[in-house]
Design a protein around this ligand. Structure first.
Ligand code: FES
Length: 109
């Protein structure tokens, strides 16, 4: 397990980006529980921590794909015009197992 941040670094109902072992990681705090997923949108590498989080869903700031930060599941794909223009659709995020100990957040990476 690798330390990512302190629990106090990510406010409730918020998300933040960190770099762990040269990987971009998003940590979200949902009702005091911490979740970690990859921070780069699988569509075209939008930086998800710069987007919004609503009801536990991270919204990509680039083309607005939505992801459940607890499961990494793609909740809403890019719209058809974006898919046609970019030649890709989005897919689920990689999820990391999280452990909280002594006020620190660790992930299995
Ligand atoms: S880069 Fe995230 S939806 Fe396109």
């Amino acid at each position: 397990m690798e330390k990512v941040c302190k629990t106090t670094d990510v406010a409730k109902a918020a998300m933040k980006g960190f770099i762990v072992k040269e990987k971009q990681i998003l940590v979200a705090n949902i009702d005091g529980q911490f979740f970690a997923v990859e921070a780069l949108c699988p569509h075209m590498n939008g930086y998800l921590p710069s987007g919004k989080i609503e009801n536990g869903e991270a919204i990509c700031p680039v083309h607005r794909a939505r992801y459940d930060v607890k499961t990494g599941k793609l909740v809403k794909n890019v719209d058809m015009l974006v898919k046609m223009a970019t030649g890709h659709s989005a897919k689920d995020l990689k999820v990391y197992t999280v452990k909280v100990e002594g006020g620190d957040v660790f992930i299995d990476i």
